[in-house]
Write a protein that binds this ligand. Structure first.
Ligand SMILES: Nc1ncnc2c1ncn2[C@@H]1O[C@H](COP(=O)(O)OP(=O)(O)O)[C@@H](O)[C@H]1O
Ligand SMILES: [Mg+2]
Length: 255
């Protein structure tokens, strides 16, 4: 018996390692030769102008879209795996524009997210997800339509947690929210990270994303054009150059 449990089952390797990933729609190639890594428990922002391919990249990694190249996750090759297989491996994707079922209760929305899990396991994991968001746990029996916009987005994130991910990929979870609600939703990213869950966050609000992430990748026209730690000097400027350098017509999102 080991004296102490290893910190990670993947000895010294990253939790997620993508190499040479290429993907698109039919004959249209959107992503070319993408390389990206995420360490266990790390919060990483994926930024880039509209149409850069951020959503396409998340879809390719979670098995929603076919791709070529290699996706290693927790030491396992999940290239070409189905969405169900990637979820089972611990990689969960909350899709862009994810909406909750407004006529169902908060609790039933979470049960639905755990569809496919054994009944007792599902109940436990729904409670764990709820415990993470006291604000919506207090409304567990209320229909989701009674939640504020920010609370509905939190419920969407909570749905992603029901599967107990090791990496949660959030595609613009704060889209359409007022600045105050954006902060509340992004605070969940910080708490996830503190709890040891890795997060890949796609976000239009650059400053907000940099505020919660350890590291950032910028994607422009289907290629990674910048990778940096969020503490690095002059990052907003470098990001702006990365954006405009690749596509001069793409405006930066207003803060
Ligand atoms: N279902 C689709 N069929 C064809 N082209 C698509 C489809 N979805 C996205 N695209 C194209 O792929 C490119 C990247 O889109 P997307 O991944 O949604 O970018 P982002 O999330 O960075 O805004 C865009 O040029 C977009 O028009
Ligand atoms: Mg998108």
């Amino acid at each position: 018996m080991p004296i102490s449990a290893p910190r990670s089952s993947v000895k010294d390797g990253p939790l997620l390692q993508v190499t040479g990933l290429t993907a698109g729609y039919g004959k249209i190639v959107v992503l070319r030769d993408i390389a990206l890594t995420i360490a266990a428990g790390e919060a990483v922002a994926l930024l880039g102008p509209n149409g850069a391919g951020k959503t396409t990249l998340l879809r390719a990694m979670s098995g929603l879209l076919p791709c070529t190249g290699r996706v290693l996750f927790a030491g396992k090759d999940i290239s070409g795996a189905s969405p169900r297989e990637t979820v089972n491996a611990g990689l969960v994707h909350v899709v862009e524009g994810h909406r909750v079922f407004t006529q169902l209760s908060v609790f039933d929305n979470l049960l639905l997210a755990g569809y496919g899990l054994a009944r007792d396991v599902r109940a436990t994991q729904v409670e764990e997800a709820l415990a993470f968001f006291p604000e919506i746990a207090a409304k567990r029996n209320d229909r989701a339509v009674t939640l504020s916009g920010g609370q509905q987005q939190m419920l969407a994130v909570a749905q992603g947690l029901v599967a107990r991910p090791r990496l949660l990929m959030l595609d613009e979870p704060s889209a359409g929210l007022s600045p105050v609600l954006v902060d509340r939703v992004l605070a969940a990213v910080s708490r996830l990270r503190e709890a040891g869950t890795a997060v890949l966050l796609v976000e239009q609000l650059i400053e907000k994303a940099l505020g919660v992430a350890d590291r950032v990748y910028a994607l422009a026209r289907g290629s990674i054009v910048l990778e940096a730690g969020t503490g690095e000097a002059d990052l907003p400027n470098r990001l702006e150059h990365a954006y405009f350098g690749a596509d001069a017509s793409a405006p930066l999102a207003a803060h």
